[in-house]
Design a protein around this ligand. Sequence first.
Ligand code: ARG
Length: 310
Amino acid sequence: MNIHAPRAATSGRPHLLMCPPRHFAVTYSINPWMDPQSWADRGGNLHGEAQRQWAGLRDALAAAGALLETIEPAPDLPDLVFTANAAVVLDRKVVLSRFRYPERQKEEAIFAAVFAALRDCGVIDDVCRLPAGVILEGAGDCIWDARRRLFWLGCGFRSDASAASFLTQQLGRPVLALPLAQSRFYHLDTAFCVLPCGSLMYYPMAFTAAAQAAIDAHVAPEHRIALDRADAERFAANAVCVHNTIVLSSCSKSLRSALHERGYTVVQTPLQAFLRSGGSACCLTLRLDHRSEVLSARSRRRQAAAASSG
Ligand code: ARG
């Protein structure tokens, strides 16, 4: 693993963990997008496509200003590329994931070792485990909302709503559970993305009536960008925000205009090979630098100066 410095954490640049897709494939099915037979039928083509598409995402994120850490891929763990599922991170504190399906449970030990290394390098401070029996698939289901200073927790398919109280106890912020309604949108980040300005890009049909009511109660109508089915199914909500750039696989013209109007630049970088596994841009990254306190530009500069002189 090549770790970019403790000082990354104070540079004001989004700091992301990724895993190259050397061993990526669809060899089992744990969500409705995954069809191992159709992957096998396309032979090596899709593997090559995945390598190119992942490199395109990495380059787009770096060009937008993100600082990237990459971990070593592992044979027989094709979904290790989806680092969003590794953990929930806030204020340099990490809650390690526990996966629902045996196919992904072997990733837990690998991610635990990665975070131990990040702690040794000074990127994070603490790592903790979930209580026995509680399932939580990391930031894929638990999304930090910096404006509202709370987490949204998708539950019903993968993560348990009962993780909420532990997360609040460990990370000190409220956690609002959002029960998911459709198996095609089995992780929260497949249908829900909070933009830095506090606007929410989401697919309402992916949520139960109770979840939609919770969203309506917390997000003002002018801050809700509802996706249509076509954008939802190309995983336009599975986007990564780096400063004012939104990186995603693809989206409609109308969504692009709605995002432009709010001051964002949209960068489309194709990730269809990963959609065959039920993932896209956001799933392939994990933010390491989320903070519960909003830092002023001045204190960020001060911290950066202190880090580079130390
Ligand atoms: N095949 C993976 C799974 O089913 C995809 C995970 C996508 N990750 C995400 N954060 N939505 O677990």
